[in-house]
Ligand binder design. Structure first.
Ligand code: SAM
Ligand code: SF4
Length: 358
């Protein structure tokens, strides 16, 4: 499945913005956090239907014209870089089903001031895309892999093909991607007994395993408390097998997004690392949040756990000046809540993870 999106000519005036150092970023909220990391949903479509992310029938299809065009995306990312954003993650939906994704990556990777352009993918199309993505300047990959059992994988993803994803990982290695992270959403009764196997697969192959707590985004029937496994329980399961030492939230010496890392202290796997992403159980999860999201429809969202957003697409298409766009962004950042409220039904986002950009 390929998605056509409108393409418009870039506005060169907006592409030559000065680049600010990230510690001078004006994208600072009332809780002294700065936005330096933008996650961009390239499309709300997907070739999988993971049970924790979508209903079985999908979310319905947005008209192509609702999506940001390639030039609009480049223009908006350029503006964010000018405001101190240093890291951009392309996600979705499945970013690789967007038509023209390689050209888009090439354009984004060449923007001055961006330290890292990375992607989160389900891996299904990596056999085809790994090499062109690497050649276009993509610096890293996170691949979702919830199970090493073909049957479980098919059930959780509602039709996903484990063998194809494993070939995608090999294609990524061959293309030169290093330090690929493998992300698993841990779901009670589905894959919560598989953490050591997923770790050892990742360590053997040179990947970094990470385990994510299930979030109730999109208010899916599947995302009930009964399916949630908290990080303490995950840790206890892993600790039955390995002696773990805390590593903090750094990866290679620099602060890295939302994960907390641990290192195996002794034995065959000594020195190997794993991470946990704990939005539901870590009370301090939001305290150091440096992230914001650009949805597939061009909405700017300062918090994944809230439907608050401003439409940069509408402003852009309405002819807004750069200053007017920045006012919208700064206003939204200033209003970023101190912490998400996903423990409360009323506080969980109604909108789909796919459009927001997981
Ligand atoms: N399609 C790509 C993929 O699956 O990697 C990128 C988009 S997906 C929405 C991004 C990440 O969000 C994936 O790692 C996925 O497992 C995670 N995710 C989706 N729904 C989730 C949920 N309800 N709770 C926690 N993580 C979720
Ligand atoms: Fe698609 Fe990723 Fe959501 Fe799974 S988690 S349905 S692969 S967007």
């Amino acid at each position: 499945m390929k998605i056509d999106v409108p393409s418009t000519e870039p506005d060169r005036r907006r592409q030559s913005l000065p680049v600010l150092p990230h510690d001078a970023s004006p994208l600072r909220d009332r809780h002294a956090r700065r936005v330096t990391y933008l996650r961009v949903s390239l499309t709300d479509r997907c070739n999988y239907r993971c049970a924790y992310c979508m209903p079985a029938e999908g979310w319905g299809i947005s008209p192509k014209a609702d999506l940001l065009s390639e030039s609009e995306l480049v223009e908006l990312v350029t503006i964010f870089i000018g405001q101190g954003v240093r890291r951009v993650r392309l996600t979705g939906g499945e970013p690789l089903v967007r038509r023209g994704v390689v050209t888009l990556v090439e354009r984004l990777a060449s923007l001055r001031g961006l330290d890292e352009l990375v992607m989160t993918t389900n891996g299904h199309l990596l056999p085809e895309f790994a090499l062109p993505l690497k050649a276009s300047g993509l610096s890293g990959l996170n691949v979702s892999l919830d199970s090493l059992s073909a049957e479980r994988f098919r059930r959780l993803t509602r039709g996903g093909d484990l063998d194809v994803v494993l070939s995608g990982l090999r294609a990524a290695d061959a293309a030169g991607f290093r330090g690929t992270k493998l992300n698993a959403v841990v779901v009670r009764g589905e894959n919560d007994d598989e953490l050591p196997e997923l770790c050892e697969f990742a360590w053997r192959e040179g990947y970094l395993p990470r385990f994510i707590e299930l979030m109730p985004i999109g208010r899916l029937d599947f995302a009930t408390q009964a399916h949630v496994v908290g990080t303490n329980e995950m840790l206890a399961r892993v600790r039955e097998r390995y002696h773990l030492l805390p590593d903090g939230d750094v990866c290679g010496g620099t602060p890295r997004g939302p994960a907390r890392y641990w290192t195996v202290g002794e034995g065959k796997w000594a020195g190997r690392r794993l991470g946990f992403i704990s939005p539901m159980s870590d009370d301090g999860f939001c305290a150091s949040c440096n992230r914001a999201r650009l949805t597939s429809h061009g909405g700017f969202r300062p918090c994944l756990g809230s439907d608050d957003e401003v439409s940069l697409r509408d402003a852009l298409r309405g002819g807004a000046t750069r200053e007017a766009l920045l006012d919208l962004v700064r206003g939204a950042v200033a209003g970023k809540r101190a912490a998400h409220n996903m423990h409360d039904d009323a506080g969980t986002p109604r909108d789909a993870m796919t459009g927001i950009g997981g």
